[in-house]
Design a binder for this molecule. Structure first.
Ligand SMILES: CC(C)(COP(=O)(O)OP(=O)(O)OC[C@H]1O[C@@H](n2cnc3c(N)ncnc32)[C@H](O)[C@@H]1OP(=O)(O)O)[C@@H](O)C(=O)NCCC(=O)NCCS
Length: 206
């Protein structure tokens, strides 16, 4: 059963030298698809890596937004980065839209506090872009909270457009009011993928 697979059994490398992913990870770091056994430490990362954004309620909200099902049913389009000692360094949870066949969606991305601004987030995005493009997706979407200024800066830098909202905040950012429910405003991003194959080949670990 899927849930009984360990991280070791699920360990898969993705050749960072293939396609668009290119270099981007420190030596000895591993990128692989997640397995359900990774759920507990991802939950820890969701609590600890956002700099206390939203306090305890924010941490719980993030944790509830990444239930185990993502590691059971969306693992093929999700990635995590481990350090040489197999501790968690970064992750990306994404999927292919079932409704809009042009679109792939990045649900969550996180890089550990000590690992930020070293290119790992953009490495994971390039990996996801290539995986999405390899199966014909031409558009990437994601959302973030208006108070996550780092995320807005990062996504803008990564070539995403901010979609028009129904109000503009004090920083000039378009916001969708109550997007995910009362009081849960969101900023919406979209990015087109340039054409070309750029496929990434997953390689089973020895
Ligand atoms: C947002 C996050 C994933 C970015 O990952 P990262 O590894 O630090 O980003 P990178 O080093 O790949 O940066 C890519 C580009 O974005 C820019 N960037 C990243 N964070 C930035 C910030 N806070 N402010 C301004 N620019 C930023 C980088 O300078 C870089 O631009 P460059 O190519 O001109 O140098 C990471 O900061 C993080 O995990 N934050 C906490 C979790 C979070 O908010 N996730 C997003 C919402 S789900």
């Amino acid at each position: 059963m899927d849930d009984e697979r360990t991280a070791d059994e699920g360990r898969t490398t993705v050749d960072g030298g293939v396609g668009e992913a290119g270099e981007g990870l420190p030596e000895g770091f591993l990128v692989r698809h997640p397995v359900p056994a990774d759920h507990r430490r991802l939950q820890g990362a969701l609590a600890d890596w956002w700099g206390g954004l939203g306090g305890d309620a924010g941490a719980l909200q993030r944790q509830l937004l990444v239930p185990r099902l993502f590691l059971q049913h969306f693992a093929g389009t999700s990635f995590l980065v481990e350090r040489p000692d197999h501790t968690l360094h970064a992750f990306l949870i994404g999927f292919l839209s079932q409704t809009d066949r042009r679109t792939a969606y990045i649900h969550f991305v996180g890089v550990c506090p000590d690992g930020k601004r070293a290119g790992v987030g953009s490495f994971l995005y390039r990996l996801f872009f290539a995986a999405a493009r390899a199966v014909g997706r031409t558009r990437i979407r994601c959302i973030t909270s208006p108070n996550n200024r780092d995320s807005i800066a990062y996504h803008t830098r990564m070539g995403f457009r901010l979609e028009p909202g129904d109000r503009t905040d004090e920083h000039g950012v378009p916001v969708h009011r109550d997007y995910d429910g009362p009081g849960l405003d969101r900023v919406s991003f979209v990015r087109d993928l340039p054409g070309g194959p750029g496929a990434i080949t997953p390689v089973a670990a020895p």
